[in-house]
Design a protein around this ligand. Sequence first.
Ligand code: NAP
Ligand code: GFB
Length: 325
Amino acid sequence: MMDGESHIILVTGGSGLVGQAIKTVVEEEKQQGRRYHNETWIFCGSKDGDLRDKQQTEALFKKHQPTHVIHLAAMVGGLFHNMAHNLDFFRENMAINDNVLAACHNNSVKKVVSCLSTCIFPDKTTYPIDETMVHNGPPHSSNYGYSYAKRMIDVLNRGYHDQHGRVFTSVIPCNVFGPKDNYSVQSSHVIPALVRRMDDAMRNGDSTFKVLGSGRPLRQFIYSPDLARLFLWVLRNYDSVEPIILSVDEEDEVPISAVAEAIKKAHGFQGTLVYDTSSADGQYKKTASNKKLRALYKDFTFTPFEQAVRETVQWFRDNREVART
Ligand code: NAP
Ligand code: GFB
């Protein structure tokens, strides 16, 4: 964004893991005097308007008149929550995405950055996965609802560009974790689930700790502050409608067992990890290439995984009372 105009940036889903990370980074920029033009940031959660409802969505946009939007709001959850609620994930996210992008168009928002996920790619695919492969086949059966709804963001972005010349684009993060995540047992992703459950085990003095599944599946994890910095870079510098993967390198992919060991070390848990192979593993791998990002943003550095896990465990232990559990 190189013009001198005022920018009003509305972040839907602003009260969540990624939204709060963006808020923290924006505040750090202000403290460091790195103001980017005259940006006004507005972070919204569902209390500001239920985006499944068209009227509430339009009212939110009329109230704030954003010039730019980072669209994060979604029904989001881990493997087990998706497996149990594929219809809800599809319908809720379809409604949210159609309402938000229509409101962006109706209110002449200059640029929108929406959010897909590396888990929405075809289950049967070659590796590494890249941005051209989003629609090349059915997603994994565990989260088809969420996956198809997310893929429709890309379809909507193309439609608003082809029919109306809109610059609506999307990013495709790998698995995200960090402070202010969703730590609820029912719906959370693996890292917040293990962080919270191992804190419980430490408090209870348990001698064993159950990790669900075999521990063999492979994942790439991005620390939420790193993703936040990449989101700001995309908002200010990336103007293609084509999606862009925001992920750590392929070689940074880790098995779930290594995640559990890192969380065990960060907590100082002395008990034994036990793998419950009666629970689902989900996708074995979804290895994504960040080559496009590396080509465009050469000197970006990711926080080392073990350091990010240590900081996340520390945040949870210091903030358990206010965490979303
Ligand atoms: P999150 O912590 O669960 O936050 C979800 C956000 O969406 C919250 O601010 C929530 O508001 C809002 N929201 C949900 N339903 C809404 C509704 N009906 N109306 C208005 N707002 C609603 O999720 P996250 O992890 O930050 O995810 C943010 C984005 O990143 C999502 O689009 C997700 O698909 C994507 N993503 C996440 C991951 C990951 O591993 N976490 C990976 C790839 C992509 P309330 O807090 O008020 O409920
Ligand atoms: O983050 P997660 O729930 O989802 O990770 P996905 C699931 C993996 O972690 C599986 C293992 O291999 C689980 O067996 N795991 C071990 C656990 N212990 C636990 C635990 O206590 N809780 C959870 N949740 N997993 C999701 C998609 O896939 O990726 C979503 O379903 C979303 O749509 C998300 O996009 C980013 O990485 O398997």
